[in-house]
Design a protein around this ligand. Structure first.
Ligand SMILES: NC(=O)c1ccc[n+]([C@@H]2O[C@H](COP(=O)([O-])OP(=O)(O)OC[C@H]3O[C@@H](n4cnc5c(N)ncnc54)[C@H](O)[C@@H]3O)[C@@H](O)[C@H]2O)c1
Length: 372
């Protein structure tokens, strides 16, 4: 149970923290009262920019008795350790994607939270977006009939960036992208997988094939070894029977925008880039070859990162489940690892984790608010 306005701390004051802190001022139901970073000067700069009362060391933020929920915006490889420490401090962690790199770490967080009566939140929360809620309503109302399959693809060669100047902070995207846990499969994959789980439910079986196209690649002015696959492809058998082709690649040139498509017995639905909240959907019905544009019927069509935190705060107050939850984050980590394992071990992988579809948002919900 948290107070009427939940008191939130934020760890990791890098690039995306600005958007969270900007949006936090708009959401009802939570206030950011403290920020922290391994680089205290980064926390101090963000606190000054967004009027956050306290810029602290990580230890001091975790010991702050006012803080109830902690947003974890550290690099992927730090997610587990920071979330574990948040739980040890008796607070609820809400981590950016991926929840962890390895599935056992994710399961451990859930077990620890269960023992302590705490919640685990897991971004992305783009599936709260108006386009995704509209897609969910269309699918649930039978607009495409029974789901048969889906396609989820991201073709994105990362742009070359100049070498950092002396003393300049280097984003983890520069250092970790060619390591296991840093590629698009772990970084962007969760957007696609949370979107698909919202539409279709959990995955039961995974088959994968993954490769690296180069032994070395240029990142931020340096040539680095490629230590993990950067072209990652999977077939996901959903528990409801739908079969999805999933491709996250940094190795090819894009021929179109990233998107998700869902195919059913009575029609097909072309959805938006799952990194976004809003945009036009295109529905094709069985009786016509035309694609009919469908505009979002729900709010949250702009960049509303943080709505998952608002939802967690409301859920803690009322006792209902929160939507961007640790079970879904853990299942997504399991899926991405299973694709790599299937590829390396030449086999299908039947998943041991699962999750519920998050509850749809109520119609008419105003931006920056959430249902109790
Ligand atoms: N950049 C984006 O557009 C974006 C969008 C959505 C989500 N995300 C996610 O947000 C997270 C952060 O991304 P970013 O782009 O802001 O990264 P970043 O590299 O810009 O910032 C990471 C920050 O974490 C700090 N840090 C590193 N290890 C730490 C630790 N152990 N304890 C405390 N602080 C630590 C660093 O000093 C840095 O300030 C990632 O999980 C990423 O997947 C990023």
């Amino acid at each position: 149970m948290v107070g009427l306005v939940a008191k939130v701390g934020l760890i990791g004051c890098g690039q995306i923290s600005g958007k969270y802190l900007e949006n936090a001022k708009r959401f009802e139901g939570f206030d950011v009262v403290a920020v922290a970073d391994a680089r205290l000067e980064a926390a101090q700069a963000r606190a000054a920019e967004y009027g956050v009362p306290r810029a602290l060391s990580v230890d001091d933020l975790l010991a702050d008795p006012e803080v109830e929920i902690v947003i974890n915006l550290t690099p992927h490889r730090a997610h587990y350790d920071v979330a574990r420490r948040v739980l040890e401090a008796g607070k609820h962690p809400y981590s950016e994607k991926p929840l962890t790199i390895y599935r056992d770490d994710a399961r451990w967080l859930l077990a620890m939270a269960g023992e302590k009566g705490l919640r685990v939140g897991a971004a992305p929360d783009t599936f709260f977006g108006g386009a995704w809620q509209t897609a969910r309503k269309l699918i649930d109302s039978g607009a495409i009939g029974e789901p048969v399959g889906a396609l989820a693809n991201l073709h994105a060669r990362p742009p070359s960036r100049p070498a950092p100047k002396d003393g300049e902070y280097v984003s983890f995207y520069m250092t970790d992208f060619l390591e296991y846990g840093g590629s698009w499969a772990f970084d962007r994959g969760p957007y696609y997988l949370h979107a698909l789980i919202n539409l279709l439910g959990p995955v039961a079986r995974v088959t994968g094939s993954a490769r690296k196209t180069w032994e070395q690649r240029e990142r931020g002015g340096r040539v680095l070894p490629v230590n993990a696959p950067t072209h990652v492809s999977g077939i996901l058998d959903f528990a409801n029977g739908a079969v999805c082709q999933f491709l996250m690649t940094a190795d090819v040139y894009a021929t179109g925008l990233p998107h998700v498509e869902v195919y059913g017995t009575e029609g097909s639905l072309r959805c938006i880039d799952p990194n976004n909240f809003g945009g036009t959907l295109f529905l094709r019905k069985a009786d016509s070859a035309d694609l009919h544009p469908v505009e979002p019927e729900f709010g949250y069509t702009g960049n509303s990162r943080g709505v998952g935190v608002a939802d967690l705060a409301a859920a803690l107050r009322s006792g209902r489940p929160h939507r961007a939850n640790g079970e879904m984050g853990c299942h997504v980590v399991d899926i991405v690892n299973a694709i790599h394992e299937s590829s390396a071990e030449d086999c299908h992988v039947r998943l041991e984790t699962t999750c519920e579809r998050p509850a749809p948002l109520p119609p008419g919900l105003a931006d920056w608010t959430i249902d109790p």
